[in-house]
Design a protein around this ligand. Structure first.
Ligand code: NAD
Length: 337
């Protein structure tokens, strides 16, 4: 199938071209993000392939469907950036990569926690400058602390498992039951109990209308003084202004994020020679107890291979007329969340 591949970097092209050895797709790569403005680039293509910050909204879909679009293939698990009801109305199928390497994201989440807690990011710079002072670098033992995991799907359950290995008590909350929670020695609790008892809270639920700003001033108010928050899921789950206010009072003792509400204009680009216009993001970067990575949790060799292989297989299945098990159905999604 002819596929317009958006938001591509050199590494995307490399992995997709390698995976295409098993297919005969015609891949045309665009560096641009797919938005209503860039949609004309993909007119006439039956498939577009997109990533986390492409804007596949009703206007974009309407334009492309009028020019023959049949498939939107996401190179990621999350699908919050696609207007699923509009896609369904326009007869456009949406497919995704539900599981490429949950280990990649789980391991990055724990890397963020360890680095933030033990101030590795600060120690690295200090030591390079010949500053071996320990002032300001004190962390806490994770052993014996309570970790709260929100969302016990593929990634959340792995984070829970790793933190159990560190000797944490692990509390979980999910809208769907997962029998593995008990098997790994974690305890499923109400959201209120998780907020009240956790020393560390890690987010692993999708961004949906229900989870938008799940972490806001009200939920932070329920949390322990000094709670550490981790978000490798989607930026919109956290109300950034509320967290900044709580960082200033010390109610939130640390924040590590791989995702940010307004990341679309920042992440995946080298902006080191430019002024950052997002004052909220710039404020976040001033805190010594905030650690930010630019949506890199998925970025391992294994994950890239799997993403490329699954994406191209999804498109091939749709092309052959077969049912694709990785199709995202609007109705199912909204029932599930
Ligand atoms: P998953 O579908 O396996 O698990 C998500 C879990 O969240 C499910 O168990 C679901 O029942 C639960 N959930 C849904 N609504 C909820 C709610 N209101 N409250 C609590 N739980 C709720 O997904 P996954 O593979 O574990 O991925 C989790 C999220 O991680 C994805 O949605 C995606 O946004 C994010 N992600 C980020 C990266 C990255 O690079 N930073 C990479 C992959 C995935």
């Amino acid at each position: 199938m002819r596929v317009a591949v958006f938001s591509t970097k050199k590494y995307d092209q490399e992995y997709l071209n390698a995976a295409n050895d098993c297919h005969e797709h015609s891949l045309e790569f665009f560096e641009a993000r797919l938005t209503e403005a860039s949609a004309p680039l993909a007119r006439g293509f039956p498939a577009v392939c997109v990533f986390v910050n492409d804007v596949v909204d009703e206007a974009t879909l309407t334009d492309l469907a009028a020019h023959g679009l049949k498939v939107v293939a996401l190179r990621c698990a999350g699908f919050n950036n696609v207007d699923l009801p509009a896609a369904a109305r326009l007869g456009v199928q949406v497919v995704r990569v539900p599981a490429y390497s949950p280990h990649a994201v789980a391991e990055h989440t724990v890397a963020l926690l360890l680095a933030l807690n033990r101030r590795i990011h600060r120690a690295f710079s200090r030591v390079r400058e010949g500053n071996f002072s320990l002032n300001g670098l004190m962390g806490f033992d994770l052993h014996g602390k309570t970790a709260g995991i929100i969302g016990t799907g593929r990634i959340g359950i792995l984070v829970a498992q790793i933190l159990k290995g560190f000797g944490c008590e692990v509390l979980t909350y999910d809208v769907c039951e997962n029998s593995e929670v008990e098997q790994i020695g974690a305890r499923s609790v109400s959201l209120n109990e998780l907020f009240e008892k956790s020393d560390v809270i890690s987010l692993h639920c999708p961004l949906t209308p229900e989870t938008h700003h799940l972490i806001d001033s009200e939920s932070i108010g329920q949390m322990k003084q000094g709670v550490v928050l981790l978000n490798t899921s989607r930026g919109g789950i956290v109300d950034t202004d509320a967290v900044i206010a709580a960082l200033k009072t010390g109610h939130v003792g640390g924040l590590a994020i791989d995702v940010y509400e307004e990341e679309a204009d920042l992440f995946f680009e080298d902006l080191s020679s430019q002024v950052i216009h997002d004052d909220v993001f710039a404020r976040l970067l001033t805190f010594p107890n905030v650690l930010v990575t630019g949506h890199q949790a998925f970025f391992t060799k294994e994950a890239m291979e799997q993403i490329a292989a699954t994406t191209l297989s999804n498109i091939a299945e749709i092309e052959s007329g077969a049912a694709c098990q990785n199709t995202v159905h609007a109705a199912k999604v909204f029932n599930k969340s």
